[in-house]
Design a protein around this ligand. Structure first.
Ligand code: NAI
Length: 416
């Protein structure tokens, strides 16, 4: 990416904020805390005691949605200018923060296990316009939220444990943001194709201004100017191409979300922004036969993987692609896949039609997987979370080791 004066300036500013914040974080913790703040060099944060304290007083600050409500109320009351950094609807944001609190508390006894996740979170926060200094405002709001939600009997000791946990997380996020400074926080793109494909589904093609690095099987977060600050992940449905065009398959799941904006209110010529590519559902060397299981628009990453293999397949390698859909009309991209059939004799393309379980609890996907030994394959699974879970469990039971089953950590809330 060409470094303009303003991005250069932004980077310097971000680095300056990061350094200042690091000094604050690493400075001896504010009295009366005697335990070192999270992540001080030479004194790695030991969260075991804090985890115990937080858990002991957890009832006072749960359910988390109440705590989070107080936290944001306090933050926007004290610093109204921060509201502009958040989407109009805070629903997704609140759910995300709740998941984060649960994740931190659950893993606090093994802080080192969280580093990679927190680094990426910090790096991803750059596209939201979050500056390291904003974390101080968050800390202040969390403190106020805990006190308001817990009421008069709130334990000072537990509050200090929460603050140390937060400082540990923020320290790792700032590190992540800093080490990603050479990567743009987002890529501006333009919609160059928009094809409705029935049942609220559209295939979008987006051209980025600058080359967008990714591997087949990965996903990008997408933001539409119709819903500023709402970023949702979608898998990229094509292998990297020289013309910088990326394909996405989007299905509208409900009213008012990013998918609805992209399917119903977006047209060729409209701008969008893409966050950096993420996800580990890539297919590397080895040459094992592949089992690709897709449900609905979960087909997107599989299409990219098949395209990539068209050029880079190991000789003799076979690929089985099971495409789950409610009915024939829902096979929204079948023609594109089937068209390439004759040129790809190594690809077994199987439509799996039907949705509801039968009276015996089995589904069409169970039958499609039956009767074959998949234990030597590498499997990728993508689609509704229930399907990913069910297929994963089934493959594990049939002897396929966990490290040969790949899928994204997609939750139901992700595609709103
Ligand atoms: N758009 C994208 O880039 C991506 C979307 N996803 C996810 O894929 C899902 C797609 O939703 P829809 O297209 O509405 O799919 P859908 O709800 O119509 O389901 C598609 C098919 O998946 C199978 N299936 C569903 N639940 C199952 C279960 N419990 N066990 C076995 N098979 C099952 C069935 O064959 C069904 O017809 C969403 O949850 C989305 O978050 C996942 C990855 C990428």
């Amino acid at each position: 990416m060409e470094i303009t004066r303003s991005t250069e300036y932004d980077r310097l500013l971000a680095r300056h904020h990061a350094m200042r914040l690091r000094r604050q974080i690493l400075a001896p913790a504010a009295p009366p805390a005697r335990t070192p703040a999270g992540g001080r060099p030479g004194h790695p944060y030991d969260g075991t005691g804090d985890q115990r304290l937080i858990l002991r007083h957890l009832e006072q600050v749960t359910p988390f949605d109440g705590l989070i409500g107080h936290l944001y109320d306090d933050m926007f009351l004290r610093r109204p200018y921060l509201r502009a950094l958040f989407p109009a609807s805070m629903e997704f944001q609140r759910e995300h923060l709740e998941r984060m609190f649960r994740y931190l508390i659950e893993h606090l006894h093994r802080p080192d296990h969280m580093t990679a996740v927190l680094h990426q979170l910090g790096s991803d926060h750059r596209k939201l316009g979050v500056r390291p200094a904003h974390y101080a405002a968050f800390e202040e709001a969390l403190r106020a939220g805990l006190r308001t939600h817990a009421g008069p009997g709130w334990s000072e000791e537990a509050e200090r444990a929460w603050m140390r946990m937060l400082r540990f997380a923020v320290g790792a996020m700032v590190d992540g943001a800093e080490s990603a400074l050479t990567e743009p926080p987002y890529w501006p793109g333009t919609v160059v194709g928009h094809e409705p494909r029935g049942r609220g589904t559209a295939v979008l093609r987006i051209r980025t201004g600058e080359p967008y690095p990714y591997r087949a099987g990965q996903y990008a977060t997408v933001e539409s100017p119709l819903l500023p600050h709402s970023w949702r992940p979608y898998s990229i449905a094509c292998a990297p191409r020289a013309d910088r065009v990326l394909e996405f398959h989007v299905r509208r799941t409900g009213p008012g979300g990013v998918s609805e904006a992209l399917v119903d209110r977006t047209a060729v010529g409209d701008p969008v922004r893409l966050g950096p590519a993420r996800g580990g559902m890539t297919v590397d060397g080895g040459g094992r036969d592949l089992l690709l299981v897709a449900g609905g628009t979960g087909l997107a990453p599989m299409k990219a993987i098949v395209e990539e293999l068209t050029d880079r397949r190991v000789r003799g390698q076979r690929v089985h692609l099971l495409v789950g859909a409610r009915g024939r009309a829902d096979l929204y991209d079948w023609e594109a896949l089937a068209e390439s059939g004759p040129g790809r004799p190594w690809l077994d393309l199987v439509p799996v039609l039907g949705h509801d379980p039968r009276p015996d609890g089995r589904r069409a996907m169970d039958e499609a997987l039956d009767g074959r030994d998949w234990s030597e394959h590498l499997a990728c699974v993508s689609g509704p979370p229930g399907m990913v879970d069910a297929v994963r469990t089934r493959l594990l039971a049939s002897g396929l080791p966990a490290d040969r089953i790949r899928h994204d950590p997609v939750t139901t809330a992700d595609h709103g």
